[in-house]
Ligand binder design. Sequence first.
Ligand code: GDP
Ligand code: MG
Length: 166
Amino acid sequence: KSGFISIIGRPNVGKSTFLNRVVGQKIAIMSDKPQTTRNKVQGVVTTEDSQMVFIDTPGIHKPKHKLGDFMMKVAKNTLKEVDLVLFMANADESLGKGDEFIMDMLRDSGTPVVLVLNKIDLIHPDELIGVIDTYRGLMDFDEIVPISALQGNNVERLMEVIKEYL
Ligand code: GDP
Ligand code: MG
């Protein structure tokens, strides 16, 4: 199984921390190499039975007012080209305009979206249930996976979920 995964989310939600944890060092060198004009490979994960190529999707995390119609189209087309979108959010912070903007883009993309709620090490499990409910009410995610990219909690589970969509 192999496929392309776009990992998007507001700054500081933990995207780089997650990638650093799962991406092999040797291949991480590729991360600065532009793949096409619009997709940038951030890292590749190769296991016995799968290969996952994580790419950056420019334009998706920019605030609405800074994006022209053309950039919006480019960003939306990129979403259609990947097998899966990982939408990463901070479980410890309330939703912002940035999250809403991203969800607007994802909602009608036709590509499966997994919500990754990161930084669960910072909140109480009871609180996490409320956070999950909030996101569920906003968008019909294909799957919701809480993790701690920093401590590694549930990261293996997330990798298994990703594989299901390749
Ligand atoms: P990015 O901007 O989305 O790439 O976010 P970074 O990976 O650079 O992380 C931003 C900050 O959040 C850094 O200080 C990380 O150490 C911290 N961070 C990332 N993941 C976690 C997590 O699971 N738990 C905690 N407590 N901090 C995290
Ligand atoms: Mg980063």
